[in-house]
Design a protein around this ligand. Structure first.
Ligand code: ZN
Ligand code: ZN
Length: 351
């Protein structure tokens, strides 16, 4: 590299560096400069550019404490407290040591302790940055933990609210049911309405009462007959008295005929009836098999005989035909007797 190109290289590097300066604003920068920095431009005022930061050690002793210290105590203070403080009220203005001072005296910085200890007074920026990053990491973790904790708290709160709502819903339903039951009970008590259950109950009660009364009536009816059936001896006695009456009637007819001096002939039926009463007459005729059929009018009789013919004209087994004939007779007998009862019943009028 020639001397000429070397000079040009450094001139160019210097120009680039100058052009890149002032693109970070100091916290005390004016609005104009902050706006320019935000747009990637340089600050207008040099004092608005980011400057070196002077941070005293966090455990540095207070102004009042230093004033009360002895000279030996001040000299024994650790090097990190011997930082510069700018005195702009003095003439000339100057940098003085933060701790090497007393009543009516100061020490220009760097004091003897600062000169002796050099880097033990300040912490270099890269160490500070590393520490800051560690702190940021710790802070981020703490914030994440806090966020997680808040999320969990919110979740638990949500669960609590849901549980409360479920509980209240349950209470509300129970309350509603209770009110419904109370209202129902009230209606029953007042009788202002006819609740379905009561109407059903009353109906059932009415039916039960009717059935009970009917049963009681049937039982009373039954009692009249239970144990009151006529015995065979009683029936025999009754039949004997009937026969006696028949014989008496025969005797009376005979005596009436014979009481005259010139007796009349005893009626012929007397001896016949006597024989019958003594059981000496063999029965030659039977009573009609279908006396009820004689009660029918022509039309009913015609129907009955038609049905009977239909029942007889069947290819079925004879026992089945007989059953059909019985059935036909039974149904027509019911009709015939009902019709006869109707025809012969006394009318409602008194004529
Ligand atoms: Zn400015
Ligand atoms: Zn000092």
């Amino acid at each position: 590299m020639t001397e000429q190109t070397d000079t040009e290289f450094w001139a160019q590097a210097l120009a680039e560096d100058t052009a890149a300066r002032g693109k970070q604003a100091d916290p005390s920068a004016c609005g104009t400069c902050r706006g320019r920095v935000a747009n990637g431009e340089q600050v207008v005022h040099d004092e608005c550019a980011q400057r070196a930061t002077l941070l005293p050690a966090p455990d540095a002793p207070d102004y009042e404490l230093i004033l009360e210290m002895t000279e030996e105590q001040r000299a024994a203070l650790p090097p990190r407290f011997h930082t510069p403080v700018f005195m702009d009220s003095s003439t000339p203005t100057m940098w003085v040591c933060a701790v090497c001072w007393g009543e009516s005296w100061t020490t220009q910085w760097p004091c003897a302790a600062a000169c002796q200890n050099g880097t033990r007074v300040f912490t270099s920026e890269h160490l500070a940055r590393t520490a800051a990053k560690r702190q940021e990491a710790v802070l981020a973790q703490a914030q994440a933990d806090a966020a997680e904790a808040r999320a969990r708290v919110a979740e638990v709160k949500g669960e609590l609210v849901a549980a409360k709502e479920r509980h209240q819903e349950g209470l509300r339903r129970a309350d509603e049911r209770l009110r419904e039951m109370n209202a129902e009970l009230q209606r029953y008590a007042e009788g202002t309405e006819a609740p379905v259950l009561w109407s059903v109950y009353n109906k059932m009660h009415g039916r039960a009462a009717t059935a009970e009364a009917r049963v009681a009536q049937l039982e009373r009816e039954l009692k009249k007959y239970v144990g009151a059936e006529p015995t065979v001896a009683e029936e025999m006695a009754y039949l004997s008295s009937c026969l006696d009456a028949v014989r008496d009637l025969c005797d009376e007819a005979e005596q009436r005929a014979l009481r005259w001096e010139q007796p009349l002939p005893v009626p012929e039926w007397v001896s016949e009836v006597r024989k019958a009463a003594e059981g000496l007459v063999e029965r030659r005729t039977y009573p009609p098999a279908l006396p009820w059929a004689a009660l029918m009018d022509d039309e009913d009789l015609h129907d009955f005989l038609g049905d009977l013919i239909n029942a007889l004209h069947s290819d079925r087994p004879t026992l089945d035909v007989l059953a059909e004939v019985e059935k036909t007779c039974a149904s027509h007998r019911a009709i015939a007797e009902a019709q006869h009862a109707h025809n012969t019943a006394p009318g409602p009028s008194t004529e």
